[in-house]
Design a protein around this ligand. Structure first.
Ligand SMILES: Cc1cc2nc3c(=O)[nH]c(=O)nc-3n(C[C@H](O)[C@H](O)[C@H](O)COP(=O)(O)OP(=O)(O)OC[C@H]3O[C@@H](n4cnc5c(N)ncnc54)[C@H](O)[C@@H]3O)c2cc1C
Length: 388
């Protein structure tokens, strides 16, 4: 029998790896795709609030700063399968795309299921052997395969099947797994005012201080939810904020409600027009947070409303997992393990994550495509086992 490739994990990375491997081999039956769920790509159905922000249109130079912790690692995979390739790929599969605010790309139908189903259809059309409802326990269970790709995802939203199994596989193969922590997640302030959840903040500024040092600032939108400061710019700050909390550091966020105006401009604006500066809904919690606020202090308070962050939403609700299989032990040109011949990694299981905006799915597609092609090429050149 011809040597075969096993892919563990049928998320976006694993399905893309299976498609590219089957296309490269010209024989999908030599590829076996395992997923513990009863259907493929379960997490994709939840992405982008059910609309699936499948990539971001920004060119590499603008895309790269949204990739952590080592954007350089992704460069070759992105070149091999870029955001433009993603758009072409889905269009060819009958899923045309549309670009919305922030250069975020979605299926034109705005239905995430269309993306998941298109990937699954292509996997099956190529004749890949799909084994759903099969949880792989150990790498050694796959000893009969000539090559293995680990595409098991991270630990976020474990109900979708992403429970961190790949970290165990990596360690079984002697790999280093850097500490994992939730990212793109809600940040909970101390003494959280019950009047805040439900408020949407539009075009505000947020500064992140770790141990009283300013480390990051963003301008844009976010929401106050039951879980704290969530989505948009709050998510962008959450990676550093969570890591600091994990390490026992002090974390403060400072909200600027009027980022377009300097303090001086605000003073003049208040003198000129004493009308309301804030919507009623935000005014009440704002005044509660600033008891005894005088007119002189109002401009400063509007530009620097402090929140001491004491907690964050864990893996059960985080969009992405930061940390993972150490990039030092993976060849960026192929996604192959430097330690174990015949082993590849792709997707969120790697120590590679992106901001919200379509970056994480593109990481999955780029690294998945590259791992699939590389693993298939290694099979094409490997000698089939001799018949007994
Ligand atoms: C709510 C939510 C919304 C998101 N929205 C977006 C968005 O709009 N845009 C974006 O770019 N990113 C988004 N993301 C992030 C993105 O979905 C992930 O980064 C991406 O799915 C990672 O792909 P992956 O294939 O590496 O892993 P996963 O999608 O996690 O897939 C891993 C698969 O492996 C399977 N598996 C795990 N262990 C085993 C095992 N032992 N045996 C067999 N199978 C196994 C799992 O069942 C799972 O199907 C979102 C994430 C969440 C949680």
């Amino acid at each position: 029998m011809q040597p075969r490739l096993a892919i563990v994990g049928g998320g976006p990375a694993g399905m893309m790896a299976a498609i590219r491997a089957a296309e490269t081999l010209g024989d999908g039956s030599r590829v076996v795709l395992f997923d513990k769920n009863d259907r493929l790509g379960r997490k994709i159905y939840l992405t982008g609030k059910g609309r699936c922000n499948l990539t971001n249109e920004r060119p590499w130079e603008e895309f790269a700063p949204h990739v952590h912790p080592n954007q350089g690692f992704l460069k070759q995979a992105f070149r091999a399968f870029s955001n433009e390739d993603t758009v072409r790929f889905f269009t060819a599969l009958g899923v045309p795309t549309v670009t919305l605010q922030g250069r975020r790309v979605y299926p034109a139908s705005l239905v995430a299921g269309d993306v998941a189903r298109a990937l699954e259809r292509r996997v099956r059309e190529l004749g890949v052997e799909v084994r759903c409802g099969t949880s792989v326990g150990h790498l050694s269970d796959l000893a009969g395969f000539a090559a293995v790709i680990v595409a098991t995802g991270g630990k976020s939203y474990p109900v979708t099947g992403s429970t961190g199994d790949g970290y165990r596989f990596a360690e079984e193969a002697g790999h280093t797994v850097t500490p994992v922590f939730p990212s793109e997640t809600a940040l909970l302030p101390k003494d959280y005012d019950p009047g805040l959840p439900g408020l949407e903040m539009k075009n505000v500024g947020l500064q992140l201080y770790v141990d009283r040092t300013l480390v990051q600032q963003e301008q844009g939108d976010f929401s106050f939810t039951d879980d704290g400061l969530e989505s948009g710019i709050a998510y962008h700050l959450s990676r550093r904020a969570v890591w600091a909390l994990v390490n026992g550091q002090r974390v403060d966020l400072v909200l600027d409600l009027k980022p377009a105006l300097t303090e001086e401009q605000l003073v003049n604006r208040i003198k000129r027009d004493p009308g309301p500066l804030l919507p009623k809904s935000i005014m009440a919690p704002f005044l509660r947070a600033h008891p005894g606020l005088t007119d002189e202090k109002l401009p400063v308070a509007l530009k620097s409303w402090p929140f001491r962050i004491v907690d964050y939403k864990g893996f059960e609700r985080a969009v992405v997992t930061a940390g993972g299989v150490s990039l030092k032990e993976i060849v960026p040109k192929t996604m192959a393990s430097r330690l174990r011949p015949g082993l590849w990694f792709c997707g969120e299981v790697l120590d590679l994550d992106g901001d919200t905006g379509g970056y994480n799915l593109q990481i999955a597609f780029s690294t998945g495509a590259l791992a699939g092609v590389s693993a298939a090429r290694s099979l094409a050149t490997s000698v089939p086992p001799r018949e007994p």
